[in-house]
Design a protein around this ligand. Structure first.
Ligand SMILES: NC(=O)C1=CN([C@@H]2O[C@H](COP(=O)(O)OP(=O)(O)OC[C@H]3O[C@@H](n4cnc5c(N)ncnc54)[C@H](O)[C@@H]3O)[C@@H](O)[C@H]2O)C=CC1
Ligand SMILES: O=C([O-])CC(=O)C(=O)O
Length: 365
């Protein structure tokens, strides 16, 4: 029997990322090749004509999975009944601007859109914030939509995760699909920490630790990290526009893995509400390594950092997934160790997020 369509909201749909993202969703890249979708596209009145042009193109592309398109500048109409919300709308960073520069403009947008989502979205709507400052916009959205479960509000750091996979694959001249379990910690900004300590690479002789194969600690602790941290700025410099193609593709990866589950033995990076894991201050939206099963993400735990409640939650998640295990086995990951170098990097990006949080509140007061 055909599945019921899922309603997917894309805000900022007339923009660069929106234009790359909506055809991917309509083709089943986000929710699978058998999942019909109804697209809800929101933009602001000055972009209404461009938005209508995108709608016309979606009709012309005759996507079999696309069962309807709502193109509107009315936030209530856009949010009504949506199951997934991809929040791309906002003011983009231009060449030479830091994310903090776009803070004032964007946090007030996220405050008002939080209320619309809270009142009008489907009860279990899953939200990913893409627009910068992505972590802090997501935090504001969470704060102003208190009835949406906090586990349903996330931000996109999957692009950074994919960039890290790409850098390792290029360095080792291996297929990107053979590299896994990099981690992006913290903020989607230049303080993020791309960490390969636990990453592995599939080789003819089995899975090997990525650091052992790279065998160049100076590169891993220097150029690799700064390349991933600065990749967004490098693309803006080259294109004079943001990294729309890869951001759209990564947003699809983020939602697909969240809804359909991460592959066995693999974790991904997601910006999620911190519960204090890895001694990251609770109450920030911080990027952690997560596994997903049955539509729920769980932070991959660190050695010695899990408290009893987290352990109970992990076991509950493990048993909840057990039923599904006949078709796709969940996996139990060992705790992750954090060395001194990593600890400093985790703390640095957490400090930036705490500062952003304070700044965001001051912009809103
Ligand atoms: N998290 C990530 O990995 C990435 C995040 N970004 C961020 O994504 C955002 C979008 O980037 P682009 O698509 O390149 O920008 P863009 O300027 O091409 O598109 C943004 C769209 O948002 C619309 N918009 C503005 N205010 C709005 C509102 N209140 N409601 C709905 N729509 C609104 C604009 O009219 C525009 O159509 C930017 O904040 C950018 O910095 C970009 C790349 C990666
Ligand atoms: O840096 C920016 O503004 C765009 C962005 O977030 C990215 O490409 O990672």
């Amino acid at each position: 029997m055909a599945k019921e369509p899922v309603r997917v909201l894309v805000t900022g749909a007339a923009g660069q990322i929106g234009y790359a993202l909506v055809p991917m969703i309509a083709r089943g890249v986000m929710l699978g090749p058998d999942q019909p979708v109804i697209l809800h596209m929101l933009d602001i009145p000055p972009a209404a004509e461009a938005l209508n042009g995108v709608k016309m193109e979606l009709v012309d592309a005759a996507f079999p999975l696309l069962k309807g398109v709502v193109a509107t500048t009315d936030v209530v109409e856009a949010c009504t009944g949506v199951n997934i919300a991809v929040m791309v709308g906002g003011f983009p960073r231009k060449e030479g601007m830091e994310r903090k520069d776009v803070m004032t403009k964007n946090v007030s947008i996220y405050k008002s859109q939080a209320s619309a989502l809270e009142k009008h979205a489907a009860a279990n709507c899953k939200v990913v914030v893409v627009a910068n400052p992505a972590n802090t916009n997501a935090l504001i959205l969470k704060e102003y939509a208190p009835s949406i479960p906090e586990k349903n509000i996330t931000c996109l750091t999957r692009l950074d995760h994919n960039r890290a996979l790409g850098q390792i694959s290029e360095r080792l001249n291996v297929q990107v699909c053979d590299v896994k379990n990099v981690i992006i910690w913290g903020n989607h900004s230049s303080t993020q920490y791309p960490d390969v300590t636990h990453a592995t690479v599939k080789t003819p002789a089995g899975e090997k630790p990525a650091p052992e194969l790279v065998a160049d600690d100076a590169w891993l602790k220097g150029e690799f990290i700064s390349t991933v941290q600065q990749r967004g700025a490098a693309i803006i410099k080259a294109r004079k526009l943001s990294s729309a193609l890869s951001a759209a593709s990564s947003a699809c990866d983020h939602i697909r893995d969240w809804v359909l589950g991460t592959p066995e033995g693999t974790w991904v990076s997601m910006g999620v509400y911190s519960d204090g894991s890895y001694n990251v201050p609770a109450g920030l939206i911080y990027s952690f390594p997560v596994t997903c099963c049955n539509g729920q993400w769980t932070i991959v735990q660190g050695i010695g950092s899990a408290n009893n409640w987290i352990l109970i939650a992990m076991w509950a998640n493990f048993f909840a997934c057990y039923e599904q295990s006949l078709t796709s086995r969940p996996f139990h990951v060992p705790g992750l160790s954090i060395d001194e170098f990593s600890r400093k990097k985790l703390d640095l990006t957490a400090e930036e997020l705490s500062e952003e949080k304070a700044l965001a509140y001051s912009c809103l007061s």
